[in-house]
Design a protein around this ligand. Structure first.
Ligand code: ATP
Ligand code: MN
Length: 170
């Protein structure tokens, strides 16, 4: 019944908490696990990757952030180069998340876009039977019951969604 399990990860403690459950479920159902990270480009910019851009902007243009960086100067870093670097970082992130799933049949994926939309699209396109993810992630405030990505996936996904709290996963 659960042949294809989707494990979306943002590399946070919150998503690591789900890993033990992913492994257990995948073993029990002899399933393939899809480890997916979405490079967040909400808002038309490069979203959570802003810190990286700031650093790179300084390094590449020799300016401090106060003097402005990407997008405000002609001599900013090459967007293709930024995309390559973000993709490389994202691939490292999924490999690290996959590392805790030893002995499980795995595939890894990196997408770029709005996290919940890409997670839902990936689930549709890959016949996912079950999603397992953290209740919280990298940026969330614990007083909310669910992070915003998880909330939308729970609300909109066709397959069932298992959510794991940090203290549940440990
Ligand atoms: P918020 O982002 O709403 O401020 P948060 O970061 O605590 O709060 P979410 O982003 O919803 O909460 O993260 C909850 C779970 O959603 C994570 O544990 C992870 O499983 C998944 N997730 C979040 N962001 C991504 C992403 N960019 N790519 C893949 N999975 C993600
Ligand atoms: Mn988040």
């Amino acid at each position: 019944m659960y042949d294809q399990i989707l494990y979306p990860t943002d590399g946070s403690t919150g998503s690591e908490a789900a890993a033990a459950h992913v492994a257990e479920l995948a073993s029990a159902f002899d399933a393939t696990v899809h480890v997916l990270h979405v490079i967040d480009i909400r808002g038309g910019g490069l979203g959570l990757s802003g810190a990286f851009l700031e650093e790179e902007g300084q390094a590449m243009s020799g300016r401090s952030p106060d003097e402005g960086y990407i997008g405000r100067h002609e001599e900013g870093p090459d967007p293709d180069e930024i995309e390559d670097e973000l993709t490389a970082q994202a691939e490292e992130l999924v490999e690290a998340s996959a590392g805790s799933l030893d002995g499980i049949d795995l595939t890894t994926a990196v997408e770029m876009g709005t996290p919940h939309s890409e997670i839902l699209r990936y689930a549709d396109e890959n016949d996912i039977d079950l999603v397992v993810m953290g209740t919280h992630g990298r940026t969330g405030v614990e007083r909310y019951l669910l992070g915003s990505v998880t909330e939308k996936v729970v609300r909109l996904a066709d397959p069932p969604v298992v959510t794991v709290r940090v203290d549940e996963g440990e």
